[in-house]
Design a protein around this ligand. Sequence first.
Ligand code: PMT
Length: 478
Amino acid sequence: MNNISKLISLLGGTGAVAEKLKIRPSAISNWKKLDKIPSTKLEAILELSSYLDVNIENFFPSKKLNNLKFKMLLIICGGIASYKSLEIIRLIKKTDIELDVVMTKSAQKFITPLLVTSLNEKKCYIDLFSVEDETKMNHIKLARNPDLILVAPATANIMAKFANGLADDLASTILLASFSKIIFAPSMNPIMWNNLATQENYKTLLDRGIKFIEPDTGDMACGENGIGRFPEPKTIYEFILSYIKESQMLSSQFKNISIVITAGPTVEAIDPVRFISNNSSGKQGFEIASELTKRGAKVTVISGPVNIPFPNCENVIEVKTAQEMFNNVTQQLPADVLICCAAVADWKLIPKTSTNNIIDLNNKIKKTNKNLFFETIKNPDILETIAKSNLRPKIVIGFSAETDNIKKNAHSKLISKNVDLMIANDVSNNKVFGEDYNEVCFIYKDNYEQLEKQSKKSVAYHLANKINDLLVNFKKEA
Ligand code: PMT
């Protein structure tokens, strides 16, 4: 019995539903045959289900997806399992997910684009250099349109290409040019899967936030046995549905929550051509901004000078000095959360001659000055000043860059600066600054949680979960 037949039976059977909806029973029989309810009758079915207390989600997953307008791109690579992607298309077509399909050259050795086109009732894309496709739906649009890209089956080849940044065909170019969530469902011979090269590519992709539907273990079409079998299309389909539901939930987790994030270095001029600064790249702060934006927060980033693309968030304000950063953060308040990730210069330096004369800052310091001295002037501590002021957001979070006694020093800062959570990172030996990875410890007043070394994106993900917990606690205590 298919889903719609089961649902109709729970709603009282064909006759009863036809009577309630004032339509002919033959129409309902047709829905059962097609396992699909026409969109014009959807509302009536929903009403009836809710009246009869029938949980529609178990029978009709597309309902949940209706409001989502979810767009998905399926990339089919070449392998013995390529034909199974046809079943994935068939299952996806039962939902309201808008599906586009791209096939690699090797995939076309196993199944044809014509077959995919007829199943998906839409053009299947195969060529990076097609003049016709480039004018209508170019590869950048194909990369940017979808909310999710599923690579299934994913071969060792596409994993290697993506891990190493190769873009020599339509599929690999799309992957490289996309901001979308990417899920790989690998399928390959067990020796290929276990090969160090594949495993290293797998780890690299995992670290970069790519999700994997792990391959199954069992008999392979090639006659060997082991890990690498393509998961059943239904397993992949269910994984996709639960991913969409989870992302739908997460996308409104921080709805109506405003968050200010400081990121990058600050720069203090010594003269018109010289300055002091540090090696902060802005990566950690920007990853946090992206993650919180994805979860529905209204994020403003106040960033020092950086050389990486800005995150996709509500607002990015560029500053140079600590004083400018302080002024701009203050202007963004009140906010619900403040996260100070920037490496702020603690001092300004005022150059002086050996006779204690202040040098004119408008002109380049001349090498004729035999000795040069610097007077230090303390910059405002943005985190501490705001955390102790009456503009204090509900949740205040700092980062602690330390080279020794990491946890102890971070805890002292947590207390002295009056923050709720301090994230300690060990920056000895030039670690962390500018890197893609970070090893952090979440320090609270009474406990701490050490995390493994992981990508800054992944740190941002964990931090977003912690912020959610802190906001829930704040609400409870208020
Ligand atoms: O940008 P990346 O290359 O990704 O590197 C990330 C990072 C190492 C810069 C980041 O993870 C980090 O540790 N940021 C804080 C660096 C720092 O200045 O730590 P601190 O221990 O000196 O300061 C403690 C806290 O006070 C920080 O939250 C800092 O933003 C804040 N502070 C410090 C001085 C100041 N004048 N104003 C401040 O707000």
